[in-house]
Design a protein around this ligand. Structure first.
Ligand SMILES: NC(=[NH2+])NCCC[C@H](N)C(=O)O
Length: 398
């Protein structure tokens, strides 16, 4: 059976997660902002919370694939090793002596060790190199290879679209290397053999957190801090021309940290229902894009009439109304719970969603509307500003 997904709420069969590891231990009060964390997570507790998240999924018959396992297995393949070592070295600006040492460290590492170094990075005090100017003058804690603490958010670095996978192009410098790893896995790991890859890290910015598969054939894409208009254009052209979707909805969102991705504002909990941040629900707009005769020669992306997000979504999905459940009851609770990823739910099936337990008001409203909530603890995980949806890449859904 081929893998793939074309909705947010089809029964989830297989998901890729990343259990947080030593890369989280690299965060300090001086680097956490640039590494996109709002605090310094307690690694052991974050792992416990993550294990409970994974177990909740397994308890519902979801197969959990770990990125670390997939990467380690991939790195046993000679061609994959050579490729990732070359691309990693290309992105390093550490001077020739350190560069040469790192090249040999990576070449000598076994797959598990290499995977760890690629994910957790390498600090200057972890190498020994006599006579190297750069090594001598750099601070002990300076990174020679940057750590990737945001690997935790597997949603952003790849997106399955039917039986294909889009390897994305991440906007923030701290995350750029993540797609070298996901791209490598999809290209070489036997589990994904033959899966066509769309988009790519070398193209305009597009992040998975901005991509919502509202229903088979309808994809909403947030444009804001991460996904750019150019990234959306490239993506829309690809998915529409290849008939992976009949409508792409371009949804502008504020370019702020609180709303970095569309899935921080809205996620789906049923085939016709979303949980959404009420402070923005009324103002959210959408521009429908479809494939058809274009102004140039032949067919191309045709820009439809901008309208509200809800009207555009219902029309494209062929339903009367896209129902709305609000985050919180009053604007302040809504703002607090939106910040803590109350909107960022992961549907295992229609009306069955994983959510952070701390968002009590939102979860109560979900339950009132007949959505079964699997509440997980995310006190440490949440310090990276991401919830269950961000922390999961559905690989296979019915
Ligand atoms: N799909 C998401 N909302 N992902 C959240 C990613 C959070 C991560 N710290 C970042 O800033 O990139």
């Amino acid at each position: 059976m081929p893998l793939g997904a074309d909705s947010e709420v089809g029964r989830l069969r297989t998901v890729m997660l990343h259990r947080p590891g030593p890369e989280l231990g690299r965060l300090t009060p001086r680097n956490n902002d640039s590494l996109l964390f709002d605090g310094i997570p307690w690694l052991g507790r974050a792992q416990e919370e993550h294990d409970a998240f994974a177990q909740a999924l397994r308890d519902h018959d979801v197969e959990v694939l770990y990125l670390t396992d997939l990467l380690t297995q991939t790195l046993a393949i000679e061609a994959a090793r050579d490729e990732i070592i070359a691309s990693t070295l290309k992105g390093l600006f550490v001077g020739p002596s350190v560069q040469a040492l790192i090249a040999s460290l990576l070449a000598d590492a076994d797959p598990a060790r290499l995977a760890e170094t690629l994910m957790a990075g390498l600090r200057n005090d972890e190498i020994h190199l006599d006579g190297s100017v750069a090594h001598h003058l750099m601070q002990p804690e300076d990174f020679l290879i940057n750590p990737l603490p945001n690997l935790l958010f597997t949603r952003d670095s790849s997106v399955w679209l039917r039986d294909r996978v889009a390897v994305t192009s991440l906007a923030m410098p701290a995350r750029v290397r993540e797609t070298q790893l996901t791209g490598l896995i999809y290209q070489h790991h036997e589990r994904f053999a033959g899966t066509p890859i769309v988009h790519g890290p070398h193209l305009e910015h597009l992040e998975g957190g901005d991509v919502l598969e509202l229903s088979p054939g309808v994809i909403a894409v947030g444009i804001g801090e991460r996904t750019t208009p150019a990234g959306l254009e490239r993506f829309a052209h690809q998915v529409l021309s290849e008939q992976l979707a009949h409508t792409v909805l371009a949804v502008p969102i504020a370019q702020e940290r609180a709303t970095m991705h569309l899935d921080t504002i809205v996620t789906m909990v049923d085939v016709d229902t979303v949980v959404i941040y009420p402070n923005m629900a009324d103002t959210l707009r959408a521009v429908p894009l479809a494939w058809g005769p274009s102004t140039g020669s032949g067919d191309g992306v045709v820009i439809g009439t901008e309208t509200t997000f809800f009207a555009a979504a219902a029309e494209a999905m062929g339903i009367e109304t896209l129902h709305q459940i609000d985050t919180g009851l009053d604007p302040v609770t809504a703002e607090r719970e939106q910040w803590d990823d109350g909107n960022n739910t992961l549907a295992i099936d229609a009306r069955l969603a994983v959510a952070y337990e701390r968002n009590e008001q939102t979860n109560a409203r979900l339950e009132e509307h007949g959505i079964e909530v699997i509440a997980i603890s995310g006190d440490q995980l949440g310090s990276g500003r991401g919830g269950p949806r961000c922390m999961s890449c559905p690989v296979d859904r019915d």
